[in-house]
Design a protein around this ligand. Structure first.
Ligand code: PHE
Ligand code: ZN
Length: 848
């Protein structure tokens, strides 16, 4: 049902809605295919309000409408309705019919395994009833639900419940995107929390019968989040009830609906037997993220969807602070940077590049991106770095005080920093308006006891940023003595010019610089410093991030030489990681990260920048060879590392245990390249938790030894959807490049490949796209397979289809033969009749 010409919406065209909404009352009579929704909405015209009111509405059947009790007959289109209205306050009443069972797009009111569920962000409420569906329209909601289900939930507090009926009241004015309704045969895992000021809050985690055993961890994470937000941001919860619901069919991770968070079951359900340490970590972070939205998102929301980063960047930043506090700050920072480079950098450096605050869109669902979320969080980290922790705290206090209950903009956000610090943030704002990853070049000089660091910044021009201007770049820098101690501790060098130098006086000897500590700015750093500094920093840097980064730089440089010149792995790199990994005073999780190699698509970008044509198979081979070289160089210590980091206490997903497991499993992976499958087999058989079982399986698959275990795993877990998602994904991830497409294709024929379930679809197709050498294997089979499935999924679920298209965003980096094959795939999808607006927008931007 694509419009002939898709319309583009611009930030500059923003105008407020002409009416205030004083109160909303909704009544739902639930039925799988004929749900009736009655709405009673009190509108108050603002001065100058139009005489015709437009309400958004999609896929609704209008049964009746009236104004102040008199029937009206609005003009109805595919996007909504228009109706003449009085110029004084009036009551709008309407009844519509909707069809949740056939709502496969999972937006609006839909069904998942017999349960009713809603998803309204960004523009799903208009699929429930006619409404001004925009975040700057905030109102108090009363909701009545009639349906034969034991559990009937909505936002806020319960007013009454009886068999087949529930009434809810949410006292906090909210935009419609935070509305939620859930109905089903669910069971609750319950607990309670007392806030700092003494309010008792009932907490419930609602799940399908059978999943009760997977709730305890999520509940613990929720309580930890509530405590943390009180202690660190002074933010208390504001209702007597906080509900979380787990749902199997969900497009994203989770949703922060007021008082009723809805979670993809993969983002909340966990048990030691079925979830890995990584799953636990992710669940803890998502629970925190959604909970933190209660203040940054719900109490203070966005004026319009261009301001999405106002709530998402800030909330991601807050959840990363939380994880750093709960676990290891350096490990969290390193994994965040790995993720940023893997997901945000390609977006920022390709055809989908857009500013953290975009200025136009066709389909807002396409802007829930790594740029808005993760770069949006980086921008906040930079701001905090520039003004300092104390000033940041003051600015946030003012933000909550000044804007509580409002729908805000990035201008409002920056203003609280300007007002508390007296700084002019005009130039800083470019981080919100310019797309692209700046390149930062650094060189140094030394004479007569003066040390000079000189930087040049350069932001490549792009379609959305044709004339880039210098940005404010906080460069956290420390200086080390040649003997390794720190001579100048970390300080913030504030770069504002295109080229700028910083001078250090009074040094007795030429120092070794450690620049961009903690990755204080999301840039690509190009160093013209002495090459031997890198190995020195790997051995000595007092900043854990930069020490890790030094290892990564050496690995990258060595891999690039292996690819382009057939060089052998760099012994200085191998010696360096040997020393760090063998250093028992360091955190095991950190040592495990030292063994990680740069992403293969990262290497593609480096090769392109060098003017080389990347060969995915050659990159794959080089990474394999490097792993073998690591295994050989570390051979003397691997068995002991493996043994010494076994966890013998009962499983706990905490930082200490999971760190030990990650180092033991990294050792297992390497040692198995030399010694073969025995240790991994033994671990697979004896494992009493999913972390150990799955990592053993991965090791075996990687050395083409896991066929029996794969079979045993399926038999053991075929009743568990979330574990089976892993089973599907593992086979693709660990396939050889020449067999990846065939493996994925075979899995799509498996009876349990429920492709309409986003988690299962992503388990296969997302893993295919994530397998760099397999996805880009020369025969082009993977491109064709992905295209086939995107074409099939689009009419069913446009959002998930569109998100998956980003797998093709880097296509211009490859050789002509591959580009032709990818272009053919893109064109084939684009030629599909009635392609969704979501997918059309993504593919047109990618195709360029
Ligand atoms: N707002 C959600 C979050 O970041 C993400 C989301 C967006 C979920 C759109 C569903 C739909 O927490
Ligand atoms: Zn969010």
């Amino acid at each position: 049902m694509r419009d002939a010409a898709p319309t583009t919406i611009y930030l500059k065209d923003y105008t407020p809605f002409g009416f205030d909404v004083e109160k909303v009352e909704l009544t739902f009579d639930l039925h799988p295919t004929k749900t009736r929704v009655k709405s009673r909405i009190s509108f108050v015209p603002k001065p100058g309000a139009p005489s015709d009111m437009f309400l958004d509405g999609e896929n609704l059947t209008l049964v009746s409408a009236s104004i102040d009790g008199t029937p009206v007959h609005p003009e109805v289109s595919a996007e909504g309705l228009t109706c003449p209205v009085p110029d004084a306050p009036f009551l709008w009443e309407a009844e519509v019919e909707i069809d949740p069972e056939n709502n496969t797009a999972l937006e609006g009111l839909y069904m998942s395994n017999g349960m009713y569920c809603t998803q309204c962000e960004a523009q799903g409420f208009r699929k429930i009833t006619y409404y001004p569906d925009r975040p700057d329209v905030m109102s108090v909601f009363n909701v009545e639900i009639n349906g034969p289900h034991p559990v009937l939930l909505s936002n806020g507090n319960v007013i009454s419940t009886s068999q087949g009926h529930a009434a809810w009241h949410d006292p906090w004015p909210k935009p419609a995107y935070l509305f939620a309704l859930v109905a089903g045969d669910l069971v609750a895992h319950s607990d309670s929390f007392v806030t700092a000021s003494g309010r008792n809050v009932d907490l419930n985690l609602y799940v399908r019968p059978g999943d009760e055993g997977k709730c305890a961890f999520g509940m613990r994470a929720l309580k930890a989040s509530m405590t943390w937000d009180e202690e660190v941001y002074g933010r208390e919860y504001d209702l007597d009830l906080f509900n979380i619901v787990a749902v199997d069919d969900f497009n994203m991770g989770a949703m922060e609906n007021k008082g009723l968070n809805v979670f993809n079951s993969s983002a909340v359900l966990a048990s030691p037997e079925t979830s890995t340490d990584e799953n636990f970590l992710r669940i803890e972070a998502i629970i925190a993220h959604e909970y933190f939205h209660n203040w940054t998102g719900n109490r203070i929301t966005c004026r319009d969807w261009f301001q999405l980063c106002l709530k998402e960047g800030l909330t991601v930043y807050r959840d990363s602070q939380f994880t750093s506090d709960m676990r290891s700050a350096p490990v969290k920072r390193i994994t965040d940077v790995i993720d940023l480079r893997a997901r945000q950098f390609p977006e920022d450096q390709g055809p989908l590049a857009h500013p953290v605050r975009p200025e136009s869109f066709q389909e807002i669902n396409n802007f829930y991106t790594a740029t808005v979320y993760e770069k949006g969080a980086e921008v906040i980290g930079m701001l905090r770095c520039l003004v300092g922790a104390e000033a940041y705290g003051k600015a946030l206090d003012l933000y909550f005080e000044r804007h509580d209950g409002q729908a805000c903009t990035i201008e409002d956000w920056l203003k609280v920093f300007e007002d508390t610090t007296g700084r002019d943030l005009g130039q800083f704002k470019r981080w919100y308006s310019q797309a692209g990853t700046p390149r930062l070049t650094v060189k140094d000089a030394w004479y007569n006891g003066t040390y000079i660091l000189s930087f040049t910044q350069n932001l490549p021009a792009s379609e959305t940023t044709p004339d880039p201007q210098p940005q404010v770049i906080p460069i956290v820098t420390g200086l080390l003595r040649p003997s390794g101690e720190e001579v100048v501790p970390s300080q913030v060098l504030e770069m504002t010019q295109a080229t700028q130098s910083f001078t250090f006086e009074g040094l007795k000897e030429r120092p070794v610089p450690s620049v961009l500590r903690g990755f204080s700015t999301p840039v690509v750093l190009e160093s013209e410093l002495a090459a031997e500094h890198t190995a020195f920093l790997l051995a000595h840097d007092t900043d854990p991030f930069n020490r890790w980064e030094a290892g990564r730089s050496l690995a990258r440089a060595s891999l690039l030489k292996m690819i382009t010149d057939d060089a052998a792995p760099d012994p200085a790199y191998l010696d360096g990681i040997h020393a760090v990994v063998g250093d028992a005073t360091l955190d095991p999780a950190y040592r495990a990260l030292m063994l990680n190699l740069p992403g293969q698509s990262d290497l593609v970008k480096s090769l392109c920048d060098m003017g080389e044509t990347p060969d995915p198979q050659a990159i794959w081979d080089a990474c394999r060879a490097m792993s073998h070289a690591q295994a050989e160089r570390l051979q003397d210590m691997l068995p002991a590392l493996f043994d010494a980091h076994q966890v013998t206490e009962p499983y706990e997903p905490n930082a200490d245990q999971s760190g030990r497991r990650s180092l033991a499993n990294a050792a297992l992976r390497l040692v198995s390249l030399i010694d073969g499958p025995d240790r991994a087999r033994a671990q697979f058989t004896s494992a009493d938790n999913m972390t150990q079982q799955l990592s053993a399986l991965g090791v075996l698959l990687r050395i083409n030894e896991g066929a029996d275990e794969l079979e045993a795993f399926e038999q053991q877990w075929k009743h568990d959807r979330l574990v089976m998602d892993k089973w599907f994904g593992m086979q693709v991830i660990h396939a050889d490049p020449n067999e990846t497409a065939a493996t994925a294709a075979r899995l799509t024929e498996h009876p349990d490949f429920n492709w309409k379930n986003p988690n299962r679809f992503r388990a296969v197709m997302g893993s295919l796209a994530a397998h760099h050498a397999g996805f880009h294997f020369a025969d082009g089979q993977s491109y064709g397979l992905l295209a086939d499935w995107l074409i099939r999924l689009d009419p069913v679920n446009p959002q998930t289809t569109a998100r998956m298209c980003s797998a093709l965003q880097t296509w211009r980096r490859y050789d002509d033969a591959r580009q032709q094959k990818i272009a053919a795939a893109l064109d084939r999808i684009l030629a599909t009749p009635d392609l969704s607006r979501d997918t059309t927008e993504m593919l047109t931007r990618i195709r360029g």
